[in-house]
Design a protein around this ligand. Structure first.
Ligand code: FA5
Length: 346
């Protein structure tokens, strides 16, 4: 009886295997005909209940069915897998040798000039320092000798981050200038210190062709023994000549910044007209470049440095305006416009 049932099972299994056309059909077949819950497994289990003699005859027959069915299953599986892979390779392929026109991005002009400025100052022994864009009122103003009652505070219109309390250490602003990093680094490094700080600054002011509400500055700070304005002039003149790859003249005018004494406005000779006078330099032959001066003794003291022993110069120039000068860009707003037609020129 068992032999008949096994042979019927074998026929049924072979028919079912023949009908399978896809790999995904094999799982169900295996479960039904070869797996633990299959009829074949029931046959194998029921062998133990047979008398020994009968078992001796039937067991090899069932084992043979099992082995052959498993072999056929394996062969069919290999065949279907290969067939499906061949079909996929024939229909679904990529020509990896095909060339696509790749549109390259480019480095933003501000980053370009910033990197060059960093290289030049580094070669003169300056370190590049950094500070947060959200800064305490104290570091942005008070520590720089700008008390809250001082009219100079209105020189830079401020974006307040926290609502204004009495404590300038508590209040936070979007830094209005990179000078806020001076105090941090004096406290961190002590004297001597020789750093530049390129970074983004924010001012709550009306935007026009040469003023933006967010722009980039580069702060410079050098504190050591015996530092004078001559060092400042030499440093700036060397940096500009290196950047523009030609002799650039620098001139000082008196200027007022509470954190320096004396304070200076620094201009450089217009590179577009070689100092003869043009529209860009408003026919003066000079371009306004930066604020600078000798670090005020109060600022040195606030930074933990003894002004009786050390002196230093500081400057802060508009990197954005330098970029405009270098590339002849006549509207600052283009730099943050994200206009492809503008950016793809760099
Ligand atoms: C300052 O920010 C001072 N912290 C500079 C300084 C540093 C003086 C150290 C002394 C010692 P001022 O506000 O002038 O100064 O800004 C410096 C430069 O930033 C300007 O010369 C100009 O190039 C640039 N700048 C100022 N406002 C804007 C603006 N709205 N958009 C673009 N560039 C600006």
């Amino acid at each position: 009886m068992l032999v008949h049932r096994a042979s019927d099972f074998e026929k049924k299994a072979r028919d079912a295997l023949k009908k399978i056309q896809k790999v995904e059909g094999l799982g169900v077949f295996y479960a039904n005909f070869l797996g633990k819950k299959s009829e074949l497994n029931d046959f194998l289990k029921s062998l133990k209940d047979l008398p020994a003699e009968e078992k001796r005859d039937i067991a090899p027959v069932i084992q043979k069915i099992r082995t052959e069915l498993q072999n056929d299953f394996d062969a069919k599986q290999a065949f279907l897998r290969k067939k499906e892979l061949d079909e996929r390779l024939a229909s679904d392929w990529l020509d990896v040798t095909k060339e696509f026109p790749i549109k390259k991005g480019s480095i933003h002009p501000i980053s370009r000039v910033q990197r060059r400025v960093e290289e030049i100052f580094t070669s003169m022994g300056f370190e590049i320092a950094d500070g947060p864009e959200v800064e305490t009122e104290w570091r942005n103003f008070d520590a720089l000798n700008v008390p809250s009652s001082h009219p100079a505070r209105d020189m830079q219109d401020t974006f307040w981050v926290s609502s204004r309390s009495q404590d300038p250490h508590e209040n936070t602003v979007l830094r209005t200038h990179t000078s806020s990093v001076q105090i941090r680094k004096m406290m961190e490094y002590g004297a001597p210190v020789r750093i530049i700080v390129p970074g983004r600054v924010y001012r709550n002011e009306a935007v026009d062709a040469s003023h933006d509400a967010t722009f980039y500055q580069v702060e410079g700070l050098l504190v050591d023994k015996g530092i004078s304005l001559a060092h400042l002039k030499g440093t700036i003149q060397a940096m500009l000549s290196e950047l523009f790859e030609k002799e650039v003249l620098v001139r000082f005018r008196p200027g007022y910044f509470p954190f320096v004494e004396p304070g200076l406005e620094v201009d450089f000779s217009c590179l577009l007209c070689n100092g003869k006078g043009c529209r860009v330099c408003k026919h003066s032959g000079w371009v306004e470049f930066m604020g600078a001066g000798m670090v005020h003794p109060n600022v040195l003291r606030n930074g933990g440095i003894d002004p009786e022993v050390y002196s230093g110069f500081a400057f802060g120039f508009g990197l954005t305006r330098l970029v405009m000068m270098q590339y002849g860009i006549d509207d600052i707003r283009l730099l943050f416009s994200q206009k492809k037609s503008f950016l793809s020129q760099f």
